[in-house]
Design a protein around this ligand. Structure first.
Ligand code: KG4
Ligand code: ZN
Length: 346
């Protein structure tokens, strides 16, 4: 049987991306345009993001189709990120997808951005499927989920304040590093000694037991404040330059320790030694090594290559295929949703 051809569109934050996917894993065309304007402003400015998507989306889709060697009318269905994300940015992709689905009479699939991050590793590895414990860590979200099967997402924990990626971005700014902050912090941390500045592990202590409200939850704003205080002290003593790498290493280690420890709590509670790490922060090498090390030989860690870990259209097409196969087609008046919970509380 001919495999369906899916067009996936992503415009929820600062990447304009489109992909053509045949079946579950044959990526025929894939274009990701990162909006460099945000590096200039040190973060995402919603209005600028929406305008940049509007300027780029036609060309990004056209070049993904060209790479795939097909015309738009050849696709069987169109999947688009409908939320959560920046509303103006989401609307650009959703309006384009609705217009194309209507004009070509093709099914439209409204994809949840975080569900798509769960599907990303499956683009490269058919084994990357439930059951698994999922750690989804991005610029806007930090979620710990139990996923017994596709479509069933039980929330174990989430951040109470900043997302993990947001903490990387804010600390990078404090240390004078560019946006997005994850990659430069990871690089700088390799040159530093993580034990020179002991930083707190917020919401992680050995007295917590399953059932406690904070057993699986995360908090990163206190850690960021601890870095603010440390940086101010070092700056006053004219020692910031020589200590930057050590502060980056201490921060990096604290985040990795908290994320890995809470994930392993979920592994212990579910008895499932299969873990999926998704979202931009899962591109972090140190985090993946720590998770793999703690899981040990009897465990499996699923993650994507860096290109598929950050926001991209391929994961949207893959999640859209799942919904197409389930008959979950969106109505043509579907709206973009800035807030859209993925999971029910456990
Ligand atoms: O999933 P994503 O591309 O976009 C959102 O949905 O937010 O994640 C972006 C986030 C940014 O905060 C960025 O700093 C972080 O992922 N990130 C990293 C790394 N690469 C990207 N954080 C830590 N280490 C990395 N190597
Ligand atoms: Zn994302």
């Amino acid at each position: 049987m001919r495999q369906p051809l899916l067009l996936g569109i992503e415009t929820s934050c600062d990447e304009t991306s489109a992909a053509v996917l045949r079946g579950e894993r044959e990526l025929l065309g894939h274009v990701i345009l990162s909006q460099d304007i945000h590096a200039v402003y040190g973060g995402v400015v919603p209005e600028l993001a929406a305008r940049a998507h509007l300027c780029a989306l036609d060309d990004v889709i056209e070049s993904a189709l060209r790479e795939a060697g097909i015309a738009l009318r050849d696709v069987d269905a169109i999947g688009v990120t409908a939320g959560p994300g920046l509303i103006g940015a989401l609307l650009v992709g959703v309006s384009w997808a609705k217009a194309a689905a209507f004009a070509l009479a093709k099914p439209l699939l409204a994809v949840h951005h975080m569900e798509a991050h769960l599907f990303a590793p499956n683009l490269e590895d058919a084994d990357a499927r439930p059951p698994f414990v999922a750690l989804l860590v991005s610029g806007g979200h930090t979620l710990l989920l139990w996923v017994p099967e596709w479509g069933e997402y039980q929330r174990l924990g989430e951040t109470r304040d900043d997302a993990a990626g947001e903490a990387f971005d804010k600390v990078a700014k404090l240390l004078g590093l560019p946006y997005p902050g994850g990659p430069p912090i990871e690089r700088l941390a390799r040159e530093g000694d993580p034990d020179r500045h002991r930083l707190p592990r917020p919401m992680l202590n050995s007295a917590q037991v399953p059932g406690d409200a904070d057993y699986y939850d995360f908090s990163f704003s206190g850690l960021k404040t601890a870095v603010v205080t440390r940086v101010a002290r070092l700056e006053a003593a004219c020692e910031l330059e020589s200590e930057r790498a050590h502060v980056a290493a201490a921060f990096h280690e604290a985040v990795v320790d908290v994320l890995a420890s809470k994930t392993m709590r979920a592994v212990a509670a579910t008895g499932c030694r299969r873990v999926l790490a998704g979202g931009g922060v899962a591109a972090n090498r140190r985090l993946r090594d720590e998770l793999a090390g703690r899981l040990g030989a009897g465990g499996r860690l699923f993650h994507s290559c860096p290109r598929l870990a950050v926001d991209n259209g391929a994961m949207i097409a893959r999640a859209a295929l799942f919904h197409l196969q389930r008959g979950d087609v969106a109505p043509l008046d579907v709206s973009a949703r800035a807030d859209w919970p993925l999971a029910m509380s456990h």
